[in-house]
Design a protein around this ligand. Sequence first.
Ligand SMILES: C[S@@+](CC[C@H](N)C(=O)[O-])C[C@H]1O[C@@H](n2cnc3c(N)ncnc32)[C@H](O)[C@@H]1O
Length: 374
Amino acid sequence: MSKIQRPHDIVSGPMSSLEPLIERLNTFSADNYWDLGKFLAEKVIPAALEKGIFAEQILKRMAEMPGFKFPFSLLKQCQRYYSYYPDVETRPLPELFYYELATKVEDSKKRDHYEKMAVANKWTISDLQKRIREDEQARREDEKTSYGFDRKEKNIWSFDTSDPRFGKPAAKGRLPGQIVANALFYYTQPGWTIVDPMAGSGTTGDVIESVSCFEDRKCRMYDIEPSDDRIKRSNILQTGIPEETGSVDYVFLDPPHDFYPRGLEPGYSAAAAQSDTMRKLKAILRESVRIIKPGGRVSIIVEVTSGPSVFIDSPFEVTLLARELGVVQIGKVYLPRRSDSTRQFSSTHDAKSLLSECRELLTFEKRTPQAAQN
Ligand SMILES: C[S@@+](CC[C@H](N)C(=O)[O-])C[C@H]1O[C@@H](n2cnc3c(N)ncnc32)[C@H](O)[C@@H]1O
């Protein structure tokens, strides 16, 4: 074994008297976790404490010594293993089970529960590992749904089924309400007034009404064809959004699918389609920016239009538009379509052009006058 080299300050500092213990520790076999833990707990840590060095510090310092063979994480695990199971030899399961429990399960009651289950059901070590993994996954899921919806932590929001509480089941173009819930979670604040100018089946209103963490948000909805009494009739392309300038905190825009022609229509002109799409997107975005307060936000769902004779990078174009309108982008989330998506393009679809199966949720903020000056 190569001799451990100690940095100068350690040789001459309080650790110098721990030298023989550290040398001895380095002779342990890497798979003898319990003995290693016992030696740490009974010899190394008490000796270090006498010198005024805490347990965590001594483990870290040893792990940093050139030639010392155990990493800090392993030392910590061994220390934990011995301190939880000093009586491992008298316990009913093989030692490896207890190492697994000590290093993966913090709560002592849970460890006892797993031990009983493993004995009663004659688990193998893989059974125990699988069960701990599954329980941890379930715990994380519960944590997410404790918000009242399936909260996403990363910027890809994919939902194979729509939460039945949000929107009307058979409504055309209905968005999985979990997308709205996540948008409200990340981009709005308590007390905010939210407007959905193309509300469809009322998904936004349903999320605000049924998820308790949004109950203090106020919601107003509009649509050219209202699907219930909460939604006011309005053609926002003709009359604008019927809200005062600078009166709203957040606008959620989910434009209809026909904003994005794919070149499959008779007499289709790609250039005309592009300018039509951009005209509509510009109109609704300009209106949304008009009605939000400084500090307010707009989220818009956009997608790339690609067909046999057209390609419009709407997310990019909308980002440019937003810049022109003086709002700053603060978010970009990918919204893959459901894996069982029934959209059919096959009869007219050109085999050499890719279809878009991912929308984007772009979010912009109207800066306050102070922020704009900085
Ligand atoms: C994609 S859907 C919205 C779906 C909604 N987010 C939901 O989950 O039910 C788009 C909606 O825009 C509405 N719409 C289309 N053109 C409009 C216009 N000019 N003014 C207002 N609403 C319009 C449509 O009637 C449709 O309900």
